[in-house]
Design a protein around this ligand. Structure first.
Ligand code: OAD
Length: 245
């Protein structure tokens, strides 16, 4: 890709960069995005209908099984060149924060350390009653496993529609967005709040906003630079163009 020379020189000079990522970044690792149609067993459901406290209250086993299936899918995949390029950017830029809506843990696996997981992590499980985070549970049961401490049903430690984001992660994300000089929005449809507003928070404080996405989104018209295509291809090329290697 031919990158705008102004963007390359801005990146070369930046000292504070924030990257917000969504499901598109993991697509090239083999994970489905949220707004892709589902296939197979889960084709009859919309993710929005499964990722909610109401759905869990109605049919805990259905929701538990959907997450168990997704957890296995995540365990089977590895970071892609887009994830590794973001880890390289963290090594190159003095102050870097990666804010992700993904629950797959692939950014840390690729080597990023400064990671805020706004929507939790699918490999963690907690009690739906007392919130105790548990490391191990019995998955071979007919029903949803229960908390050893209070007997409540266990659930994935992720954020569902209608639930609040982890406060510390959100506050740190807003602070990082407001104080960066370049903000990347990568592989996210930009329709789920409050993550979608972070690009605008950055822009209002004078940051240069760069969107990297396979398709246009609500942010596209407001971004300073739009790099349309696959993040697993664009990010490594961009890193090579700015920092070499
Ligand atoms: P979406 O599935 O809404 O959007 C994925 C975006 O990635 C789309 O804009 C695609 O065009 C783009 N995309 C797909 N493949 C790509 C690639 N290889 N390179 C670059 N871009 C690509 O996923 P999110 O925006 O992450 O929340 O969804 C946000 C939240 O909504 C999720 O975290 C989840 C979901 O419901 C909760 O569960 C609370």
């Amino acid at each position: 890709m031919n990158f705008p020379p102004n963007l390359l020189s801005l990146l070369h000079r930046t000292s504070k960069l924030v990257a917000l990522t969504g499901a598109g970044v993991s697509q090239e690792s083999g994970l489905r995005t949220f707004r892709d149609a589902q296939t197979g067993l889960w084709a009859q459901y919309k993710p929005e209908e499964l990722a909610s406290p109401e759905a869990f209250a109605r049919d805990p086993k259905l929701i538990w099984d959907w997450y168990a299936w997704r957890r296995e899918a995540v365990k089977a995949v590895r970071p892609n060149p887009g994830h590794y390029a973001l880890a390289e950017i963290e090594r190159r830029v003095p102050t870097f924060m990666l804010i992700t809506q993904n629950v797959d843990g692939l950014h840390r696996m690729a080597g990023n350390h400064n990671v805020l997981e706004l929507h939790g992590n699918i490999q963690r499980v907690r009690c739906s009653e007392c919130s105790l985070v548990v490391e191990t549970w019995d998955d071979d049961t007919e029903s949803v496993p229960r908390c050893a401490s209070c007997g409540g049903l266990l659930r994935p430690d992720v954020v569902w529609f209608g639930e609040a984001l982890p406060r510390d992660q959100l506050e740190a994300a807003v602070e990082a967005a407001r104080s960066c000089d370049i903000f990347f929005s990568i592989g996210t449809s930009g329709v789920v709040q409050p993550a979608a507003s972070l690009a605008f928070a950055a822009r209002n404080r004078g940051a240069v906003v760069v969107e990297i996405n396979a398709e246009p989104t609500p942010l596209t018209a407001k971004a300073d630079y739009v790099l349309q295509g696959r993040s697993g291809e664009i990010l490594p090329e961009l890193v090579a163009a700015v920092w070499g290697g």
